[in-house]
Design a protein around this ligand. Structure first.
Ligand code: FEO
Length: 162
């Protein structure tokens, strides 16, 4: 059964939103690289790749339901932050916004009786709990390490700097 048009349009928006998240995290990665925190930058870049996988997951579902995804332009991401902790806080807030987007999609799929879309979105509901937990934990680590440059570089090394 071809995907309900309203749901298809909303999923299409989410594909673009996931790409946008990847772009946001790449810009944050550039911010950390610029501060010589290459370990945190690598961690952030890895997360950007995860976002492209999220986009691909929805893309594949939409295609399998007979709809052609459309791409909009990406917004210019912010790459200037007051501090490493401020950048990580912005990342956590972005994840919370994505969770709200997934909730809205789930509600729409429910009201449009798009049951298989709800099943597909179940994966994202679980994923968002993990994503928020991950970023919340990273924010706490960066906040704690921000007390001294030595701790920041130790954290950076732990996350993959060479
Ligand atoms: Fe696609 Fe980090 O949520």
């Amino acid at each position: 059964m071809k995907l309900n048009q309203k749901v298809a349009d909303a999923l299409n928006e989410q594909i673009n939103s996931e790409w946008n998240a990847a772009y946001i995290y790449l810009a944050m990665s550039a911010y950390f690289d610029d501060l010589e925190f290459h370990g945190i930058a690598t961690w952030m870049r890895g997360h950007a790749q995860e976002e492209t996988q999220h986009a691909q997951r929805i893309y594949d579902f939409v295609v399998a339901r007979g709809y052609k995804p459309e791409f909009s332009g990406l917004a210019k991401p912010n790459s200037e932050f007051e501090s490493p902790a401020a950048a990580m806080k912005a990342a956590l807030e972005h994840e919370e916004a994505v969770t709200r987007q997934i909730y809205s999609l789930f509600e729409l799929a429910n009201s449009e009786k798009e049951y298989s879309t709800q099943t597909m979105l179940n994966w994202f509901l679980t994923e968002q709990v993990e994503e928020e937990d991950l970023f919340r934990s990273m924010l706490k680590k960066v906040e704690a390490a921000s007390e001294s440059m030595w701790h920041m570089f130790a954290l950076d090394k732990e996350l993959g700097s060479d």
